[in-house]
Design a protein around this ligand. Sequence first.
Ligand SMILES: Cc1ncc(COP(=O)(O)O)c(C=O)c1O
Length: 336
Amino acid sequence: MSSTGLSLFPARRLIPYIPPTFISPSSLPPTSRIPLCNLPTPVHSVPSPLSTKFPTKNKFHLKRDDSTGGIELGGNKLRKLEFLLAQAALESADTLVTIGGIQSNHCRATACAGRLCGFDTEVILRCPDPSPDKFQGPSGTEGNLMYLRSSGSKIHTVTKQEYATHGSSKLLSLVSSSLKSLGKSPYTIPVGGSNALGTWGYISAASEFRKQFEEDDTLKNIKHIVYTTGSGGTAAGLTYGLIKSFEEKGRNKGYAISSDEEINFVKSYAEKSGVFLDTVYTGKAMYAFCKGVEEGGVVLGEGEEVLFWHTGGALGGYAEASRISSDFQQVKRMDL
Ligand SMILES: Cc1ncc(COP(=O)(O)O)c(C=O)c1O
């Protein structure tokens, strides 16, 4: 892209990356990042998601990575994209190529952050029905798709079977090769932005939380850190950087398939706290954690507090809108 073109995209601003002090230079940390996130994300003390038989002795806190950016950017992916997009800029790429499920938070954030920084994007989406016609109706603008498509991203669809047969790396390289044959310079980002470079986003996040923990007395009793995992980059970065962490797997029925109990949990927690946990990642993880506590598999000592890392993803909940809204309060016509 010409320097004139780039000046249209002031967000593409590389700044030096200062790694946390516990990182040794021999681990070769990246040298630059593009500052896209609102950091540090706050830690909110929230109502306990445990049932009332557990009174308030175990307090809960949320690390609000759902608000790393605005609606189209927010969630855990933006931390990784700060490093990945910096590398794409250093390599003079013009097009980002990535892959994910139909309601991928990662593809949406990559497309929107990419556009903000002056990159085109092409995404491969794994769809239950890959027919382009499916994208003409309301399901073509549901949740993440609304923002992904608004950013002008080019979408290639594949079936779950094709995805499984070819694998994500091969599919990415097919799109990448065809872009190269057209004279473009693609930069490929793996599923979830989870590679060695993207992981620096969560190594830095661990250090960010450690500072909050040291400086804020109200966090001093946190003994458990709960987060959800998909492609693994968030977990890899956090476990590398945190003193003590706790991981609970929440894939009861499978990826993006929610049981009635999980949906009811997300609904009732939103009603109780005003916090919307998503139905694919964070709602399942928090539900599994609470179930573990209630059934005794997870032991919370007296007064031990829990930090739940809210990695975002609320837009994915649109795909479950009918189940979530089934018993919403009745709307009243104003009597004038
Ligand atoms: C909302 C949300 N939370 C958590 C995760 C899991 O993060 P990771 O892919 O780094 O394991 C994802 C991944 O797609 C996500 O979208």
